[in-house]
Design a protein around this ligand. Structure first.
Ligand code: ZN
Length: 306
């Protein structure tokens, strides 16, 4: 069954360890993506502002260059994509599409024209925050919302092909964003507070907000967000899937594994094992629902926005 994953931290690991996209011991490499029947993988360029050197845009560029070079080395199997047309071309050739996103909006360092620069590089999604409050707004554990600059950035995103990703953002900031940002809201790697109360998970209210915008929520495989445990189980994954489906409907559900961004034990232990999740889902849902979850909802967002 085809797969589109909205979020992984593989680019950060590849760059920091100067390792290889073709084959490694991570959750994601090219061999595993092929085995897992992936149509597309979104690679996040993650910048930890407490450890990365300034200027942050230069750090983004360095990670971007490394990932692009790795993708180019294996162009027979994977291609960089930033549009629906490029995605469809890759799909028709049996190649995996690599989309790029930013995790940590602070990288624009207070300048809206840096959003345009990211767009010019082919970045197509961006979280406003990571785990810190920043120039744009408040992180998930805060009760504060967007800053004045964050509101300007949200409006600016309306006129670029970059989608707003509310993963790691506070509930109050999501509410404010929804009033300003007119495109589908993406929660690339988030689960449901209705199943497990963690600030990184989405309240039913936020699930409704995403659904009302026509957006999607990528189920996160991290045990810490599934049930607070050291193990990511299929049972917990399906509980979150079911809750988000129940609250947001079948057009909101997608995958956002967070692979290579976690260190827990995983029942779906890497991208090549995605079939294990699908084997469980076919016992529970009709094929049409599983297709939407594994790739069709994500494909719809690409088609209608990129
Ligand atoms: Zn994250």
């Amino acid at each position: 069954m085809p797969v589109i994953d909205l979020h992984c931290d593989t680019a950060d690991r590849l760059f920091n360890e100067k390792s290889n996209l073709l084959m490694n011991d991570y959750h994601i490499d090219l061999n595993k993506l092929k085995k897992g029947n992936y149509l597309a993988q979104w690679f996040a360029l993650f910048i930890d502002t407490e450890s990365v050197k300034r200027p942050l845009m230069a750090s983004v560029r360095a990670m971007y260059d490394y990932l692009m070079a790795q993708i180019s080395l294996h162009s027979e199997d994977i291609v960089f994509t930033a549009s629906y047309d490029a995605y469809m071309k890759a799909k028709s050739m049996g190649k995996i599409a690599a989309f790029l996103s930013i995790e940590e909006g602070q990288v624009i360092e207070g300048q809206l024209d840096n959003i345009q620069k990211l767009s010019d590089l082919g970045i197509r999604m961006m979280t406003l925050t990571w785990n810190y409050d920043n120039d744009l707004g408040a992180s998930h554990s805060s009760t504060k919302g967007l800053t004045r600059f964050g509101k300007e950035a949200a409006a600016y995103l309306n006129n670029t092909p970059i989608l707003a990703d509310i993963s790691h953002l506070s509930e109050a900031a999501v509410k404010e964003l929804a009033g300003i940002y007119k495109k589908p809201i993406i929660a690339s790697h988030c689960n449901a507070r209705g199943i497990y109360s963690h600030t990184r998970n989405l309240s039913d209210d936020t699930i409704h907000t995403v659904a009302d915008s026509g957006g999607i929520i990528g189920i996160n495989f991290y045990g810490l967000f599934l049930d607070g445990s050291e193990k990511s189980s299929l049972k917990a994954l399906t509980e979150h899937i079911h809750h988000i489906y129940k609250i947001g409907g079948e057009d909101v559900i997608a995958l956002g594994t967070d692979f290579d961004g976690m260190n827990c034990e995983l029942e779906v232990c890497n991208a090549g094992e995605m079939g294990k999740l699908i084997d469980v889902l076919v016992q529970l849902y009709p094929q049409s629902f599983i297709d939407k979850l594994t790739y069709k909802n994500a494909e719809r967002i690409i088609r209608e926005n990129l």
